[in-house]
Design a protein around this ligand. Structure first.
Ligand code: ZN
Length: 234
């Protein structure tokens, strides 16, 4: 057992814990943004749906107006029947009445169909509003959860930063610059425990001499992937 390898193992653990904290701090806002997007999409769907309903309703109103106009035409023309000056004129009035009544039969069917569509679309709008409320609640929960978690994770991360400075003391001064470069390149996987006789990061077998060096606490860098190796059971 060597205190130097124990130090490397501890250093690796601090890196992993710190990375987990940082991921938690990044994931919170990412999750909130995803929920906000979902909410905005639902709102856009509702807006489009409302516009569709307005269009349907306007079409229905137009049909209704046409029906009323035709009814007026029928009433007016019926009033003129008695004043017809000839059989020909009488037949013309009759024809106009029949035409307006026929047009109204079709218009009334179309009008009722449009009203049914408006009803169905309003029912769907109610469902969409329910989905919007659920999305709002879900966003709020995500925000609340993160607001509750964030301060403690930040404190934990600050403590780990301090622990990291302390744990880094096991890196020899002459290797510090190289270590910093490795941290930039590999993050928390800058260090890798031995997996039997191989590097656990790239699975390349070490030479027997390197294995002995790792086990006795010498700082060995994997020739294949560049990780700092340590013995997991030190
Ligand atoms: Zn390796």
């Amino acid at each position: 057992m060597s205190s130097a390898t124990g130090g490397l193992r501890e250093l690796h653990q601090v890196h992993l814990d710190l990375d987990a904290c940082q991921k938690q701090l990044e994931n919170g806002p990412r999750r909130i943004a995803a929920h906000e997007k979902k909410l905005a999409n639902k709102q856009a769907e509702i807006d489009a749906h409302k516009a569709d309903i307005t269009t349907l309703q306007k079409t229905a109103d137009g049909k209704n107006l046409q029906i009323r106009t035709n009814e007026q035409t029928v009433a007016d023309t019926k009033a003129k029947l008695n004043q017809a000056k000839s059989n020909v004129e009488f037949d013309i009035f009759k024809g106009q009445i029949a035409k307006a009544e026929k047009a109204n039969a079709t218009l009334e069917d179309e009008y009722l169909e449009l009203l049914e569509q408006v009803d169905a679309e309003n029912t769907r709008l109610g469902e969409l509003n329910g989905e919007l409320k659920a999305a709002e609640a879900s966003l709020q929960t995500t925000k609340d959860d993160f607001a509750a978690l964030e301060p403690q994770v930040k404190t934990q991360a600050a403590d780990l930063e301090t622990e990291l400075r302390e744990a880094e003391k096991c890196i020899p001064t002459k290797m510090m610059e190289q270590y910093r470069r490795l941290v930039i390149a590999h993050g928390p996987s800058t260090l890798a425990p031995l997996d039997a006789s191989a590097c656990s990061e790239c699975f390349v077998e070490l030479s027997p001499q390197n294995i002995v060096e790792v086990r006795t606490g010498k700082l060995v860098i994997c020739k294949s992937c560049g990780r700092i190796l340590y013995s997991p059971d030190a």
